[in-house]
Design a protein around this ligand. Structure first.
Ligand code: 5GP
Length: 233
């Protein structure tokens, strides 16, 4: 299969003219590649968790690129043109929000924050607004409006799902792509690499912050998330 793209943690292969095979590797990185490691089993955990998140979104009426989970570490997906905007949704203050603004980590936000970051390593993924996105030809105003709506709906679905598993969905990042008809589909991955997940009782970190901030065994935490989602399966 022809390799289309290899990123920091995933490799994308062309499956056929309108499908791609996404391989989740065991590579883990933070700080735009400044910190790197390989964690055995991470690719499989993230592929399995992502597949479950996409299935859940589809079931709740959100269109995604997901077609099929291929054990242990791949997903078959519709080919899309990824819009180079990271759509970030925040329920609780954490991460860059607390670095840039006077929010306290763990503070419940009065209103959900939807934030657009320009996906561009050279510029360090800067936060942008609608006017900048339109001027950079990243998306139309209509698309940006829909992206916000999709992000809020994804938040409602995932927040409720994790709450029932004893986990707080602090924040997350999604990527959105256009299919051949220009329809917007949630794409990329939705995993503990792209969501902040805290235990509801203890506030233990169960996501990539464990790696970013050297808080312990990141794979052990991802396994806790998988265990809560899948139980014995
Ligand atoms: P923050 O802006 O606080 O660093 O990130 C907010 C949320 O979006 C976190 O859940 C974080 O994991 C996710 N996120 C933001 N940018 C990236 C990115 O470039 N890669 C990954 N994997 N997640 C990101």
């Amino acid at each position: 299969m022809k390799e289309l793209y290899s990123g920091k943690a995933k490799t994308i292969y062309e499956y056929d003219k309108d499908k791609v095979l996404i391989e989740f590797r065991d590579d883990i990185s933070a700080g735009n590649g400044a910190k790197k490691d390989v964690k055995e089993g991470k690719g499989a955990l993230n592929a399995k968790i992502s597949a479950k998140m996409f299935e859940l979104l589809e079931k709740e009426g959100v269109k995604t690129h997901f077609i099929e989970y291929i054990e242990p570490n791949k997903i078959l997906a519709k080919k899309v043109e990824i819009i180079p905007i990271e759509v970030i949704v925040r329920n609780i203050a954490a991460g860059s929000l607390c670095k840039r603004y006077p929010f306290k980590e763990g503070e419940e936000l009065k209103e959900v924050i939807v934030q657009f970051d320009y996906k561009n390593d050279e510029y360090g993924d800067p936060m942008i607004n609608e006017d900048i996105a339109v001027n950079l030809n990243l998306a139309t105003r209509e698309e940006l409006k829909k992206m916000r709506e999709i992000a809020l709906k994804v938040n409602d679905i995932l927040k409720k799902f994790f709450d029932e598993k004893g986990i707080i969905l602090v924040d997350f990042k999604i990527e959105i792509g256009r299919d051949e008809n220009g329809e917007l589909l949630v794409a990329d991955e939705i995993s503990p690499d792209t969501m902040r997940l805290w235990d509801k009782e203890t506030r233990e970190r169960l996501d990539k912050d464990v790696f970013r901030r050297d808080l312990g065994d990141v794979i052990a935490k991802y396994k806790i998330v998988a265990e809560r989602i899948f139980g014995g399966n």
